[in-house]
Design a binder for this molecule. Sequence first.
Ligand code: ADP
Length: 211
Amino acid sequence: MPVIGLTGGIASGKSTVLKVFKRLGAFVIDADILARKAVAPGTPGWHAIKERWGKKVFHNNGRLNRAALASVIFKNPAERKALNAIVHPEVFRMEKELIAARQKRNKKAVIVVDAAVMLESGSQKWKDAVVVVSAAEKEQMARLIKNGFSKKEALIRIRAQMPLRQKLKYADYVVENNGSPAACRKNAAAIFRQILRAQRRAGPVSANRAY
Ligand code: ADP
């Protein structure tokens, strides 16, 4: 059962693509949910964050204030690295556990791990193929601004990520999302069918492993 990693820049359209994959039968693992679990109140991750950044990144009820933490780490790569060192190992552990459990139960379904920072974190290493959602920076900007970000905030978030051209070097499959949402869904469906065909041939699901 192939394990597909889905990634792409912020507002590239990953959620849109993921919905299509799900509708076509994929079993989905959301790395963002795992990242939230890794810092839930009382966990070792939660304690480690409290120790490093203190009360300013927490709400009064003890939950992590993600917006406050984001504003600290988006501006500073060293801080981002420190947070990743706390969160990523736990996310990887949970992800591998879910993959193994799913593979035990169902040998045929395609597992898709949705992970915005898959390539930055190196977690493509245990994927059979990488799907990158490709959107031009100006499209990402327009979508973020439409969703309430200032131009400056949008740019900081886009530039904090690995550039698209670098992400594309890892891609076995690319879903283009520079047109309408409907066109994106169509591209996504075509790519998923291609993955299923590769799976049926029982050959490697990946077409281009650059790593
Ligand atoms: P991601 O999960 O990569 O952050 P989303 O799929 O959530 O991206 O899309 C980000 C935002 O952009 C959402 O508000 C979505 O509705 C919008 N969006 C996505 N694709 C398109 C598109 N092709 N045209 C216009 N808006 C889009």
